[in-house]
Design a binder for this molecule. Structure first.
Ligand SMILES: [Zn+2]
Length: 447
């Protein structure tokens, strides 16, 4: 059993939400049951539209956006309109299910990399799923084995939003273990020192992070010879595209295995890599994935991922354009599991910036720049066919050097574009609310 009081005394940056624990504690058996069902069911292929319609039929009259849909109609899904993050931003209320008491819902903001974050409201059931079950699903599908000695933590998950706090949870899905969320400052080697201390002491089964944090850990190891590495758990990477180079370098240096996962704040966990690491298995039962190519929807292929999910009944989102370009296939994996697999998540692509050779910009690749220029957040908007708006929020506006950022951007874009394309880039510095306050313009011509 974990001594939480002792943990909090030893790790004073962490906070603990007793109220949350009391609220979810009564559901531990339910979560255990759902996990067993998930594990037993994992080879089944899924007919998901009918699951969605079963759920939506009884409640959709309470959700403005879907009140007109006749769920009994054949091919009812043809009547579901596309939505994207801008719809959430502009008319948020139309997706809320009035059956739920808004005061009792949980809130998760979306990431800021595609614009101003939007708060997604989670039903209590969906919150428990995301916060307490997802990690067990990831570990099971990836086939991550127990560390040799008895550990007191299940998972440490790293976040780079320095405005958030370190939190400790007790994961009520048996066996009861700590789940830690540590805020990781990519520009401070002290973050890696703190992480390594926690890893050593609590020996978690997995560490979850985004690729840019992984990169920062490797950088810190190089910069600070005093950093000693003794125990490193399996890593689950999500939130952005993980390049093969980074994966390989990190696996070697940290002497561990790295698995990919795909999820969004809007939907929770979507895809998990199995031990063969050949694509991400889609397991989520009440989720339909479609691929949008040139305005038409397909069941598989390479294009923009469109997600429909009735898992979060407080705010179900159907036909939601993720902006992520992926490769989805129904080809069977050698591990024996059936169903769809995400073979590649290329990241968020500004689809209209394509040249005749098919090159497209992937804004998630710009995360590299975030680390180099001390940025808190950024936003990329495609304004015209030859114009990109790059808005940045510096972590610390005093030491922020926009000339250096411009130079870096120009160099980066030139290295990416092998053909003639004239781009205009505007850099805005925006305040907390992502409101532009200053403007810089630069032009980049690529030969
Ligand atoms: Zn597999």
């Amino acid at each position: 059993m974990i001594d939480l009081a002792f943990f909090l005394k030893e790790n004073s940056s962490f906070i603990y939400h007793l109220r949350e624990y009391l609220e979810v504690y009564g559901y531990s058996e339910d979560l255990d049951r759902r996990l067993s069902e998930f594990l037993a069911d994992e080879h089944e292929s899924l007919d998901t539209w009918s699951r969605i319609s079963n759920k939506m039929a009884t409640t959709s009259h309470q959700i403005k956006a879907y009140s007109n849909i006749n769920w009994k109609e054949e091919r009812f899904w043809d009547n579901i309109k596309f939505i994207d993050k801008s719809d959430l931003r502009n008319d948020y209320d139309q997706f809320l299910n009035s059956e739920f008491d808004i005061e009792k819902l949980w809130v998760r903001p979306t990431t800021g990399s595609t614009g101003e974050p939007v708060d997604i409201l989670y039903s209590p059931e969906f919150y428990r799923e995301v916060q307490y079950l997802s990690i067990h699903k990831l570990i099971a599908v990836a086939g991550i084995s127990q560390p040799e000695c008895e550990s007191s933590a299940l998972c440490i998950s790293l976040h780079d939003r320095v405005t958030l706090e370190d939190i400790v949870w007790i994961n009520i899905v048996s066996p009861e273990k700590l789940v830690l969320r540590m805020i990781f400052d990519k520009n401070d080697t002290a973050s890696s020192e703190k992480l390594f201390r926690l890893l050593d002491k609590y020996q978690p089964k997995v560490l979850t992070l985004k690729p840019n944090i992984l990169e920062a850990i490797l950088r810190h190891l190089e910069q600070s010879p005093s950093l000693k590495l003794s125990f490193f758990p399996a890593i689950i990477s999500s939130g952005a595209f993980l390049s093969e180079e980074l994966k390989k370098a990190a696996q070697e240096k940290l002497n561990t295995k790295i698995y990919n996962a795909y999820g969004l704040s809007e939907f929770g966990l979507i895809g998990i890599e199995c031990s063969l690491q050949n694509g991400l298995h889609i397991y989520e039962k009440d989720v339909v994935l479609e691929i949008l190519i040139d305005g038409k929807l397909y069941n598989e292929g390479i294009g923009e991922l469109v997600i429909s999910s009735a898992k979060n009944m407080a705010m179900p989102l159907l036909r939601y354009k993720t902006g992520d370009i992926v490769n989805l296939t129904s080809e069977k994996c050698s591990c024996g599991r059936q169903g769809l697999r995400l073979m590649n998540v290329y990241g968020r692509i500004l689809t209209t910036i394509l040249n005749n050779k098919g090159f497209a910009f992937n804004s998630l690749e710009f995360e590299v720049l975030i680390d180099l220029w001390n940025l808190k957040d950024f936003r990329i908007t495609h304004l015209k066919h030859d114009q990109i708006l790059f808005e940045v929020e510096p972590l610390d506006s005093i030491s922020f050097d926009e000339k250096e950022l411009m130079k870096g951007l120009e160099k980066y874009i030139q290295s990416k574009l092998k053909h003639n394309l004239f781009l205009e880039i505007k850099i805005l510095k925006f305040s907390k609310n992502l409101l532009p306050c200053e403007r810089y313009i630069s032009k980049v011509k690529n030969q």
